[in-house]
Write a protein that binds this ligand. Sequence first.
Ligand SMILES: Nc1nc2c(ncn2[C@@H]2O[C@H](COP(=O)(O)OP(=O)(O)OP(=O)(O)O)[C@@H](O)[C@H]2O)c(=O)[nH]1
Ligand SMILES: [Mg+2]
Length: 283
Amino acid sequence: MNLQWFPGHMAKTRRMITENMKLVDAVVELLDARLPLSSRNPEIDRIVGSKPRVLVLNKADMADHNATEVWKNWFNEKGYAVIAVDSQSGRGFSALEPAIRRVMKEKLERERARGIQRSSIRLMVVGIPNVGKSSFINRLAGRGAARTGDRPGITTAKQWIRIAGKYELLDTPGILWPKFEDPEVAKRIAFTGGIRDEIMDLEELSCELLGFLSAHYADMLKARYKLEDGQLKESSYDLLMQIGKKRGCIVSGGNIDTLRAASLVLDDFRSVRIGTITLEMPE
Ligand SMILES: Nc1nc2c(ncn2[C@@H]2O[C@H](COP(=O)(O)OP(=O)(O)OP(=O)(O)O)[C@@H](O)[C@H]2O)c(=O)[nH]1
Ligand SMILES: [Mg+2]
């Protein structure tokens, strides 16, 4: 896959995030619960430095619940403060404040000892495109303060959102990193819609997804598209053709419209119509 995923505006955003780091008390790093490691920007440790940080596994409603528990334990063992949430329903949000207070403990104690009364905590929310940063902020604020959308690149500039007496939140545009060391990482991000579909080969992408699903979530795949066991053993491209045929993705002359079938499969995955699926597990 040949991708142009690091356009100029991402380099600009990276600079903005670095510059604004000194203004905030802590960082909320949003990860996609379906791909916690692949959705982690490898540059983030350097950018965040020693700032207190809470990891948030967002979109937990779309992920395999058991897998999310495994991931939470994994991050905990590595010494991270981590919570899992669903920014659409608000599930899991009650764990946020205790986690923030935990990572900021020393600073808050120091302030208290000096008699400082703080009115709010400043948080920067960072993460890859489309991971749900703006939705997370809106849920926290209890209002539609930030624009959201079901494709990457919705937020284009920084925006402060204030929650009286509690938080000041800095929403940031999503950023990727200049080079994917591992093509599997790029693929997983693309499955979830973190990379603009316009620059992807959607047939190839959906074949890759079908390959993963038949290996790891065969029952869900079979149920969704009413497939037989034997069909799962076929090549991913044959599978795509089968699905296209069943779903009436036909062009004039009776040929199967594989591009339409590919979009349909990706759309089904992204809308959780195939099921709650996690794309990777700890090593
Ligand atoms: N099911 C589910 N959908 C979510 C969740 N969080 C966000 N979404 C959806 O994911 C899409 C992206 O959300 P945004 O909040 O715009 O993501 P963002 O990280 O701000 O994206 P950029 O500004 O483009 O970087 C939207 O369609 C949201 O409705 C969640 O926890 N669960
Ligand atoms: Mg946004």
